[in-house]
Design a protein around this ligand. Structure first.
Ligand SMILES: [Zn+2]
Length: 191
């Protein structure tokens, strides 16, 4: 036992290695301590061995082939599969981001078109209200109100059905009441 301690000093507690004068003193040597240390070393080594020898039967998440993993958390059979899976997931996330962007863009365009339509109809309603309330209208405004061309309006004024008024400037006006008078004599349309 003392020989073992002599040849394997690393296994021996410091007190067993010698006194202050440098004389080795194997009387302090404790067999139990040595045995415990050896036991610990063996346990550690066995643990490492058993860990290394415990295979995990796995199926690669990329190529779906069976393989034996050393770690429970291993997902891919090889570095190649790992890399390919990483690239694929990256590609997929990029695709998703692009399609989300496109969706947002198209819905924004749709919303804009809708808003433009609403704005246009509000404007036309405003124009109609504005025109229907005014006692004097320009030829263009009468055209808008009656949904007729300027030529048609001028034809009405030339025939005397719709008198024109000037106020000294170059502009001509039509009286609102004259327009209403156009609709005084209904024509019966035979079906
Ligand atoms: Zn694989």
């Amino acid at each position: 036992m003392s020989l073992f301690a002599y040849f394997c000093p690393s296994f021996v507690p410091q007190t067993a290695l010698g006194d202050k004068k440098g004389h080795r003193n194997f009387k302090l040597f404790n067999f139990e301590t040595i045995r415990n240390i050896v036991k610990q070393i063996e346990t550690t080594r066995n643990k490492k061995m058993s860990k290394a020898n415990t295979p995990y039967n796995k199926i690669c998440l990329y190529c779906h082939n069976e393989f034996v993993a050393q770690k429970r958390t291993t997902k891919y059979c090889s570095h190649k599969c790992n890399q390919r899976a990483y690239k694929q997931s990256k590609r997929e996330s990029t695709h998703q981001q692009v399609s989300e962007k496109e969706l947002v863009k198209s819905s924004a365009i749709k919303t804009n078109l809708l808003l433009e339509e609403i704005a246009a109809s509000i404007k036309s309603i405003e124009t109609e209200i504005h025109l229907s309330l005014r006692p004097y209208l320009t030829v263009k405004e009468v055209g808008t109100l009656l949904n007729m061309s300027r030529t048609s309006i001028y034809r009405l004024t030339e025939s005397g059905k719709l008198p024109l008024y000037t106020l000294g400037n170059r502009k001509v006006y039509i009286k609102r009441s004259d327009i209403d008078n156009l609709f005084q004599n209904p024509k019966t349309i035979k079906a």
